[in-house]
Design a binder for this molecule. Structure first.
Ligand SMILES: Nc1ncnc2c1ncn2[C@@H]1O[C@H](COP(=O)(O)OP(=O)(O)OP(=O)(O)O)[C@@H](O)[C@H]1O
Ligand SMILES: [Mg+2]
Length: 234
């Protein structure tokens, strides 16, 4: 479904990420893990059209993705950015109305705000609250609800569990798994909580210093003592 072939990109003269090739099949949940500054968010931004690769190719369903963020989103590839950004002076309900005004045509998964409130009861309880007053967990759920209401075939999630309390984190991972299995939506998830990502994802890519070090299933990676020691033992 999503295919990234040998992309290279840098913010300055030197490359930040190089030789990045990865593939995500329809309905798969795939994680990218790696340390701070490895280039994980940069890879997601390149796929989402926020940054433009110097070289290489990115395609969705065998067609080159547009190199402009809004056009990429409208094609059904949507991202929830790192840090759960929200519009502080809009309510939860206004966020979801805005998302429904930006609907993609022909997206695999599309729900209306009422369905989103059933899926995320905590958002329903706080429907009229200003987004500035939301907790980290509530903002993470709002970001996910927004992409589902706007419609998506593949979701890129940049550290969805960062800053969440343990209970909210557990709830979020369970929900990601449920959304994936129930709707068939494809997910590419950057996660610092590698253990949780291993539990809900089919395959993992490990990034280090702007490159993909290796990839494999959770079982394959767990069998590598060096990988467990460097990335999974916390
Ligand atoms: N807008 C930018 N301008 C210049 N340099 C940037 C920019 N964004 C990121 N970088 C640099 O590019 C490198 C990769 O950053 P990136 O955000 O992709 O890493 P990451 O793996 O997502 O890290 P983290 O786990 O901390 O989120 C880092 O050295 C970072 O400082
Ligand atoms: Mg990042």
């Amino acid at each position: 479904m999503l295919s990234v072939t040998d992309i290279e990109f840098g913010y300055g003269a030197a490359p930040t990420v190089s030789g990045i090739s990865l593939a995500v099949a329809e309905g798969e949940r795939v994680a990218i893990i790696g340390g701070n500054g490895a280039g994980k968010s940069t890879v997601l931004k390149l796929i989402a059209g926020i940054e433009t690769p110097w070289s290489g190719a990115i395609s969705l369903n065998d067609r080159a993705l547009p190199r402009e963020a809004h056009a990429v989103a409208m094609s059904g590839l949507r991202m929830t950015p790192q840090g759960h950004p929200v519009f502080n002076s809009l309510t939860i309900d206004e966020h979801l109305q805005l998302a429904s005004d930006l609907r993609s045509k022909g997206a695999r998964t599309q729900i209306n705000p009422d369905e989103a409130y059933r899926m995320f009861p905590r958002l329903a309880e706080r429907k009229g609250a200003m987004a500035s007053s939301l907790s980290g967990g509530e903002r993470a759920f709002l970001g996910l609800a927004q992409v589902l209401v706007a419609g998506c075939s593949i979701i890129l999630l940049d550290e969805p569990s960062a800053g969440l309390a343990p209970a909210a984190m557990k709830e979020l991972f369970a929900l990601l798994y449920r959304i994936g299995t129930e709707t068939g939506v494809t997910m590419l998830i950057v996660e610092q909580n590698a253990a949780a990502a291993m539990e809900i994802c089919d395959r993992i890519y490990v990034m280090s210093e702007g490159r993909i070090l290796l990839s494999g299933t959770p079982a394959e990676l767990s069998a590598r003592d060096d990988i467990v020691a460097a990335y999974l033992s916390f």
